[in-house]
Ligand binder design. Structure first.
Ligand code: SF4
Length: 978
């Protein structure tokens, strides 16, 4: 040992591993939606340090910048500290503090009045909360169909297209086979959803060095920055790009026909009877089962038979005229024939598509060739025997090692549903669904495409004082399932499951404020929201939304949205617009559940779920929202939350509910350690010690599939039987992938005027054009409404690594990374506009204007500008200081995005995907004008004061100084030894 580091040397010794805490508690991170496991170190009762939990299945110890900054989230100066009642006009931010008794009594009175008279006059919508199995259940018990979470403005395009096509989805219910893939194609993902798992996965790809990673995104940030190839596509044209890849694969004959015949509906016969009510529907036998043409016998037979050689091409006469055919004989063709007819058309050739997508035709052809090479020349074989649904045994698992992933850049366009379906068609043609090296399902998926149930909310299902006869969200398969009245008018306040958005599987939270304000389709009485910044970054047309929240009926003088209850942990922009505030805790102060009934933390090799436990007690008069919801359930007498004597069924609140609630016999919110002795997993009686077992295990439970269950899950007997036993699916039948979507055709037919339930005339053209059993591409709606010469540039946002939506706005550490946002532009585009780095500009759309500072870069599509999402803030919100860069230099792009399209035949459709209602955030077109006098900061809104109980924020955060040893940081700064 050198002299100068001996203990007795004149130099100070350094303890390289000092104990950082006197207690460590495991829980689950909530700084974004990934649900990584964390260990929170506590020192003298305060949070000292957060580390990733090495044993946790999601992150395996990895912690991102956001996760470690959870300390600053917890100690944020923007935390609310007591219930509040509005005393000034809405929007003024003037409140008085009230007790919880008063707050709960007020909520009970408002909600009780509604439930007794007309439960649908409650609109209950939640943001990115992770307790949707509770909130949806509560809404159903209350009796209102007007419930959903944030999914309608986040990614329902993806979720619905995924589930209707392959019975699973990217991200929460699927993942690439990182270990075996040889080609990874990613669409429209910056650094948002699935943060740590994707980072770890990409790290694995790079380490193994066997796969190519191609990122398709107009902007080269986040994951795209480390892609082997970046495809800087023009926004909203991804569907065309994918269809050109399909064109090339079909043209060159590089598709997996065996996979298609075995696992998809490609061979199912489709009736060809144009001008009839059955055109384009599957030909079915008398038992309702789809039929196929068997080339061996020359007969039309049950398509699910395994002893046939099904025709994939050709045309076959039918002599069983369907009702509606007028008795005429018709023909049928395999769905695959229709696919060939569609995509071999020259309009999908790379040469034609290149101009619209901005991608060179040669590059499209090359990528198609690379995909085919990876799929068919680099086949992966695992020596794992398995048995298929029909009982046939296979001695190997064989895979096409091409995997894909997609997210916001696809979903946030009005054509996103069809684009996402096109991606799945591409996967199916390559045979790369749930195989070694391909996309893999995470349990409890796959499920039938689509699964049940249907959404409840028809008039006979909604009654005063009674629960609704089913869940508010579900999957429609035909116009008969829609929630519309006889005249075709929406029955839900958000118009989900109406002709505006028939497949709105996540609801349409982004339309609620406008519709409630307009009384369209009817007025509501109470708007109840949780964790949703709907007056700011979660709404389009933000300035207008604020006006709607504050607008009064001139005749009565009452607000057009009469009562607003809001729950949040922080003083977000939305606080000023509520009448009653129910302050929530931070994620480190409560019990929580990441459930298999909602969106669990499974991976492809086994089910998993998790909890949060309180690691510190609240030091304010706040309560966990879930406890409050259960308490309100008792006060309102909701049957599932009360005993027969009217007392609380779960007197211990949410943790009591987590351990003891059963959604179905033996199935509860948590799957681990069920049964009286805690030795049953998946199902079993409630276990009073269940939460303790989770805590002992690091706050998660993880099951493992046997090797024979791990791939081909949609057709794997072992897996399907296990899934049925666990209650994930109703039966162990094969899950057939829907290359051709019959529900789409049913809606198309309705748009064409066929069927029992038809859309009002003004909807028909749109329904007929945008629904299609094979994916179609149409230009983003904004392109057709906004003059492309006047507004030549696409504008969109990307989510940075260090912020999740607006959640980092009050975080002292994360704000140092993204204190304000610039407008990023390609250097070449800037030259054309006479702009230089650092110039001030006005960014204008037909709907508004914001000011920004330009930053130039190379990694951006030349027709696109972009900025970081949700960095710009309203002055005063989040307890930010008057001179905070977020509100003095930052800007919010949402001001420029319309929430409604221009009138058509006297009606204004929402600015959304017409299939699912997904908000079309990224359809925006703008122009950028140099303006040296542009005043930065948000000139669209007024400042708000600090809410009562929110203390002034310290100018300088010295958090952590208290943990230093005797030699304080103060002495150190004066020059003492460090
Ligand atoms: S990825 Fe999300 S959940 Fe995981 S550590 Fe980061 S912020 Fe937390």
């Amino acid at each position: 040992m050198p002299d100068d580091i001996r203990p007795d040397s004149k130099y100070e010794t350094v303890d390289l591993s000092p104990p950082v805490s006197d207690e460590v508690k495991a829980t689950t991170c909530y700084m974004c939606a990934c649900r990584c496991g964390i260990k929170v170190h506590l020192k003298d009762g305060s949070i000292r340090y957060i580390e990733g939990n090495k044993d946790h299945p999601v992150n395996k110890g990895v912690l991102c910048a956001k996760g470690s900054a959870g300390i600053m989230q917890h100690y944020s100066p923007a935390r609310l500290s007591q219930p509040l009642r509005r005393v000034g006009p809405r929007g003024s931010g003037e409140f008085e503090a009230i007790s919880w008794d008063e707050a709960l009594a007020t909520a009970e009175e408002w909600l009780g009045d509604v439930r007794k008279t007309d439960p649908k006059k409650l609109a209950f919508f939640t943001g990115r909360d992770q307790s949707q199995s509770l909130t949806g259940f509560w809404a159903s018990q209350f009796g209102t169909p007007n419930h959903a979470a944030h999914g309608g403005f986040c990614s329902v395009n993806m979720a619905a297209a995924d589930i209707y096509t392959i019975g699973g989805s990217f991200w929460e219910f699927g993942e690439p086979d990182w270990e075996h893939t040889r080609y990874f194609l990613m669409f429209g993902v910056a650094e948002d959803h699935d943060s740590n798992p994707i980072k770890a996965g990409l790290g694995k790809l790079k380490t193994l060095g066997k796969a190519k990673f191609v990122s398709v995104n107009p902007v080269r940030t986040g994951y795209s920055a480390i892609a082997d190839e970046w495809v800087g596509i023009r926004p909203g044209t991804d569907g065309l790009f994918v269809m050109a890849l399909i064109h090339e694969l079909l043209r060159t004959g590089q598709v997996d026909l065996e996979f298609l015949a075995r696992y998809t509906n490609a061979h199912w016969l489709v009736r060809q009877a144009p001008g009839t009510a059955d055109h384009g529907l599957f030909v079915r036998g008398s038992n309702g089962k789809p039929l196929a043409y068997d080339r061996t016998s020359g007969q039309i037979v049950d398509a699910s038979r395994t002893d046939i050689d099904p025709a994939m091409r050709g045309s076959f006469p039918l002599h069983d005229s369907a009702p509606g055919d007028g008795g005429a004989d018709t023909e049928a063709v395999p769905a695959f024939q229709l696919l060939l007819d569609r995509y071999l058309d020259a309009r999908y050739s790379p040469d034609v598509v290149a101009a619209k997508t901005g991608i060179d035709a040669g590059a499209i052809r090359r990528i198609a060739g690379e995909l085919a090479h990876a799929a068919f020349e680099q086949e992966i074989t695992l020596d794992v025997p398995w048995t298929d649904w029909a009982g046939r045994t296979h001695d190997k698992m064989v895979g096409r090692p091409v995997s894909m992933h997609a997210m916001r850049g696809i979903s946030a366009h009005s054509n996103g549903f069809q684009t996402c379906r096109a991606i799945h068609v591409l996967q199916m043609l390559l045979g790369s669904i749930d195989c070694p090296g391909g996309f893999r399902y995470k349990p409890p998926f796959p499920r039938p495409a689509p699964p049940g149930p249907k959404p409840a909310g028809k008039p006979h299902q909604v009654s005063p004082g009674a629960p609704m006869a089913g869940p508010p969200l579900g999957f429609v398969t035909a116009p008969e399932d829609l929630l519309v009245d006889e005249a075709g008018k929406a029955l839900r306040i958000d118009k989900a499951y109406s002709w505006d958005a028939p497949l709105a599987a996540h609801g349409m939270m982004h339309t609620v404020i406008r519709n409630a304000w307009a009384g369209d389709p009817y007025p509501i009485d109470v708007l109840f929201m949780f964790m949703a910044n709907m007056s700011w970054n979660s709404s389009m047309n933000t300035s207008e939304t604020m006006k709607m929240l504050t607008d009064k009926d001139p005749e009565t003088g009452e607000y057009k949205i009469p009562k607003i209850i809001y729950s949040d942990a922080f003083q977000s922009e939305m606080i000023a617009y509520a009448d009653l505030i129910l302050p929530d805790t931070t994620y480190l102060e409560r019990w929580d559940c990441i459930s298999l009934l909602d969106r669990p933390i499974c991976d492809a090799d086994g089910p998993a779920d998790a909890i949060r436990q309180p690691v510190v007690a609240p030091d304010r008069d706040v309560r966990p929202f879930q406890d409050v919801l259960i308490e309100l359930g008792v006060r309102l007498g909701l049957p599932a939350f009360t005993n027969s004597d009217g007392g609380a069924k779960y007197p211990g609140g949410y943790p009591d509910y987590l351990a003891n609630h059963e959604r179905a016999p033996g199935i509860g919110p948590l799957a681990g350690w069920r049964g009286e002795n805690g030795d049953s997993h998946g199902h079993g009686a409630a276990n009073p010690d269940q939460l303790a077992r989770y805590v002992e295990n690091g706050c998660f439970w993880k099951g493992e599939f046997t090797p024979s269950q791990r791939y081909h899950k949609h057709a794997n007997k072992d897996y399907l039987e296990h899934a049925a036993k666990m209650g994930w699916i109703a039966s162990p039948d094969q899950i057939v992938l829907q290359l051709y979507s019959e529900p789409q055709q049913r809606f198309k037919l309705a748009g064409q005027g066929f069927g029992r339930v038809l859309p009002p005339v003004r909807f028909r053209e749109r329904i007929a054009a945008c629904f299609d059993p094979l994916p179609v591409w149409y230009a983003p709606f904004e392109d057709g409404h906004t003059d492309p010469a006047a507004y030549p540039i696409h504008a969109l946002t990307q989510r940075p690594m260090a912020m999740y939506h607006s959640w980092g706005s009050q975080n002292a550490w994360l704000r140092q990374i993204h204190g304000w946002n610039r407008l990023y532009m390609n250097r070449k585009t800037a030259v054309g506009h006479g702009l230089a780095d650092g110039d001030k500009v006005r960014v204008e759309s037909p709907y508004g204007s914001v000011n920004a500072v330009i930053a130039l870069m190379e990694g951006c599509n030349t027709d696109t500008v972009w900025t970081w999402n949700a960095i710009g803030k309203q002055k005063g919100a989040w307890n930010l200081s008057k001179d905070a860069p977020e509100s003095n230099k930052g800007f919010l792009l949402n001001h420029l995005i319309t929430d409604l399209l221009p009138p058509k035949d006297g009606y204004r459709f929402v600015n959304a995907d017409p299939v699912t209602g997904q908000a079309a955030w990224f359809d925006l077109r703008v122009r950028v004008v140099k303006d040296d006098n542009a005043e930065l900061g948000d000139g669209n809104t007024k400042p708000v004061p600090r809410a009562p109980g929110v203390k002034p924020a310290k100018k300088l955060s010295r958090y952590g100084a208290q943990f230093l040893p005797a030699r304080s940081w103060r002495r150190n700064r004066k020059g003492g030894a460090t």
